[in-house]
Ligand binder design. Structure first.
Ligand SMILES: Nc1ncnc2c1ncn2[C@@H]1O[C@H](COP(=O)(O)OP(=O)(O)OP(=O)(O)O)[C@@H](O)[C@H]1O
Length: 748
């Protein structure tokens, strides 16, 4: 529409004018120079008349010199001379401002006779604390201005059907179409300036209690959350918090927020959930001992003691770890009675009371293991935070807490965030999409005691993915196991409206042997710079494999966990868990078909989870998606792959062996090569039941990895739990290397 009236506008003019036009349905009046785009900078490109005054607008990236600025202002004042403003005072003397609007972000500043604004600080014009004119005066001034400003055309949007005699009035729908058009053409920063009216309404809405924004991938949920944070920061002077489950996401979101609201630097805290709790507990001097390795060890020993009975129900180690992490501890269950009674949302495999009792043995064994090692796990951390908060609430409560990607937060985390936000209007905003849950489990908001009835919003227009990419992503069957709207119907990606046409998708299918060539070629042929692109995989094993391929090909990469949103010329790589919430112009995805298909209920649950993870990976791509499928299922290929993996492992074993000068029997432990305590070799000494590695010449120690070694290990523990069952030739877990990954790799 704007395009028709003003063909050839550049993106800056288009974005700014659309943003201003959207205000006209609230009583603002806009007059646009009919000769736009024109090179004439002696007169304003547009005049905006509204509650905060009359604005002569120059839309340009080049700051005008003093003479030009004075000339534009003089022209404006001449045109408005004699028109009375508030309380009969001359408008020209009191309420005419010259504003120069440039691209991108930045704080508003006074520059000679004009205000310099950017796309992102455009909102300053509409500040409520600077109201001068009322609706009647605006209409009277605009009417006179229209007569006096030759060469300018009045444009406005109207909500109702267009009636006769409404020339110059445009439909809101047309304006939205224009906005979608602008989003299609990019630059992507258009969200800084212009929100869809539905998005805008959520930003400004008053919520009497906790609110929820839901909607399929790419519909601008995070964008709305950021605008809302800015809005809340203007309403209240209290601190604000943006948090999420994923460790790396807050820093990327902070980078975007700093561009949107540079003036609010420091007002909003961006941190992941566990990071927040750690800081909070450390400020309160509450000791926290989270040690991943020890947690894994405790669980591995609990598993070894209970696996026989549990494997009859479901063989997978991961399944039971999830049960303890997400169902028992994640929901804050502390008694078998409660566990028997609970409905295990998100879990398809049913467990009867007897089976739950077996799981409970695993849980209690694990808890004992944690206590013996004097260590907390991540759920304990959250419970410690909740207890401390209940004991001594925050001195300065948050004015608002925004939780992004809420679908992956365990129930205990949701309860903590609810406590943290406290009661009161606008305090808690939960943002997410059940179809994008990448960790197993499930909950219902009411389980966490968070009532959102009547305050649930659903966004439906996908701005991120071009049509081709979107239609590719829609093929994934992503079952929602999170009841994020408390019973209300949600919208799936298949039902989302598409805002952008075009886009390219490519697929590849091949074997491990062919992967290297295909991947390097795909990266080299990316249609955009590598630093606007990412490679996403679903398993750590595939990540190291791809990282190695790219390293050998000389392609610089950056692990997603270190990505902060800055451009660095490197291809970002990581698992889907790290990629969620982000977007890139081009995305490469590598899927591995190696998983077994048993048809069991647990397998069905894994299949659902994979569907959601695939959807998340595909929807990270804006313009270009390369989807690779690694398929080694052909029998002769599978054999070849197994052989090449064996060769790879053997090579690795030799490499690791080189790390240590000692002649230790590596078959007992692949990492620290600790032998059973009864055969302590050269290089070890024992003291009070603890074995020490005490040779300073050990290269392994010199590499800085020896601290765990130096701390020693408890011989009784090791004898009882691990070495007691050593089978010669088979790798057995030990205190230091029996992580779940290690155990799986060695068939435990
Ligand atoms: N009003 C808008 N105009 C133009 N672009 C927009 C608008 N709203 C969002 N976008 C663009 O859409 C993309 C997706 O936005 P955002 O990340 O907020 O979506 P989301 O719903 O949180 O996505 P996901 O759930 O997949 O993480 C962003 O790149 C943003 O630039």
């Amino acid at each position: 529409m704007l395009e028709r009236a003003f063909p050839g506008l550049d993106s800056l003019h288009r974005n700014v004018l659309i943003a201003l036009l959207s205000r006209t349905d609230a009583g603002w009046r806009l007059l646009i120079k009919t000769s736009l785009p024109s090179g004439d900078s002696r007169t304003a490109d547009a005049f905006l008349i509204g509650y905060t005054g009359v604005f002569a607008l120059l839309i340009t990236d080049e700051a005008p010199d003093n003479e030009t600025a004075n000339q534009v202002l003089r022209h404006a004042k001449e045109r408005f001379a004699g028109i009375p403003g508030q309380q009969g005072r001359s408008l020209a003397e009191t309420a005419i401002h010259l504003v120069v609007i440039g691209r991108g972000a930045g704080s508003p500043r006074r520059d000679g006779v004009h205000w310099a604004l950017t796309e992102s600080s455009l909102d300053r014009i509409f500040r409520r604390d600077a109201l001068h004119l009322d609706k009647r005066l605006i209409a009277a001034i605009a009417e006179q201005a229209e007569r006096r400003l030759r060469g300018y055309r009045s444009l406005a949007v109207q909500q109702q059907e267009r009636g006769p005699g409404t020339a110059g009035l445009l439909d809101v729908a047309e304006l939205i179409d224009d906005q979608l058009g602008a989003a299609q053409r990019r630059p992507f920063d258009s969200w800084l300036t212009f929100l869809h009216p539905q998005q805008n309404a959520i930003v400004k809405r008053h919520y009497s209690g906790p609110a929820r924004i839901s909607g399929p991938a790419g519909t601008g949920k995070t964008v709305v959350a950021l605008h809302r944070l800015r809005h809340l920061a203007r309403l209240d002077t209290g601190p604000l918090l943006f948090t999420t489950y994923v460790h790396s996401l807050p820093s990327v979101i902070k980078t975007a927020f700093d561009r949107l609201a540079p003036e609010l630097d420091g007002r909003v805290e961006f941190t992941n959930l566990h990071g927040w709790v750690r800081r909070f507990l450390s400020e309160r001097d509450v000791p926290v001992r989270v040690d991943r390795r020890k947690i894994d060890t405790a669980f591995s020993f609990a598993w070894m003691a209970n696996r026989e009975k549990l494997q009859v129900i479901e063989p997978s180690f991961d399944y039971w770890r999830t049960e303890v992490d997400r169902v028992i501890k994640g929901r804050g269950i502390t008694t078998l009675h409660d566990y028997v009674a609970v409905r295990r949302r998100g879990r398809i495999l049913r467990l009867d009371a007897n089976q739950k009792a077996l799981v409970w043995d695993l849980y209690t064994h694990y808890q004992r293991g944690l206590a013996e090692r004097d260590v907390h796990d991540y759920n304990d951390l959250i419970e410690l935070g909740r207890a401390e908060l209940a004991d001594r609430p925050l001195e300065t409560p948050y004015a608002g807490v925004v939780v992004d990607e809420v679908q992956d937060i365990p129930l205990c985390g949701l309860r903590l965030l609810n406590d943290l936000a406290g009661d009161g209007p606008n305090r808690l905003l939960l943002v997410g999409d059940g179809q994008q849950q990448v960790y197993p489990g499930g909950w219902r908001l009411s389980d966490a005691g968070i009532p959102v009835q009547g305050r649930g919003e659903i966004l439906k227009v996908n701005y991120r993915n071009r049509a081709e990419v979107l239609s590719f992503a829609r093929r994934f069957d992503a079952t929602n196991r999170v009841d994020d709207l408390d019973g209300a119907d949600g919208v799936t990606l298949r039902a989302a409206e598409s805002a952008s046409e075009g886009g390219v998708t490519e697929t590849w299918r091949g074997t491990s042997g062919e992967l290297s060539g295909a991947l390097v070629e795909a990266v080299r042929n990316l249609p955009v710079r590598p630093d606007h692109s990412a490679l996403i995989v679903f398993h750590h094993k595939d990540l190291s494999r791809c990282a190695e391929i790219l390293r050998k090909a000389g392609i610089p990469t950056l692990a997603l966990e270190h990505y902060s949103g800055a451009t660095d010329g490197k291809l970002k790589i990581g698992t889907v868990h790290r990629a969620k919430g982000l977007d890139f112009e081009a995305v490469l995805v590598l899927e591995n078909t190696h998983e077994s298909v048993t048809g069991s209920e647990a397998e069905e649950e894994r299949r659902e989870l994979r569907g959601r993870q695939h959807l998340v990976a595909a929807t990270r791509a804006r313009d270009f998606l390369w989807w690779g499928v690694l398929d080694d299922t052909a029998p002769e290929q599978a054999e070849k792959t197994e052989q090449s993996e064996k060769a790879e492992n053997a090579a690795k074993a030799v490499e690791t062996e080189d790390d240590c000068v000692h002649d230790m029997p590596i078959s007992w432990c692949s990492l620290c090569r600790k032998p059973p305590p009864s055969v302590l070799p050269h290089g070890y000494r024992t003291s009070g039941g603890t074995a020490y590695h005490n040779d300073p010449d050990c290269t392994w120690l010199r590499k800085g990895q020896g601290s765990a070694h130096r701390q020693g290990m408890n011989v009784h523990d090791v004898t009882r739990l691990a070495w007691g069952s050593v089978t010669p030739g088979k790798l057995e877990p030990c205190e230091f290397c029996c992580s779940p990954q290690w155990m799986r790799r060695h068939g435990h």
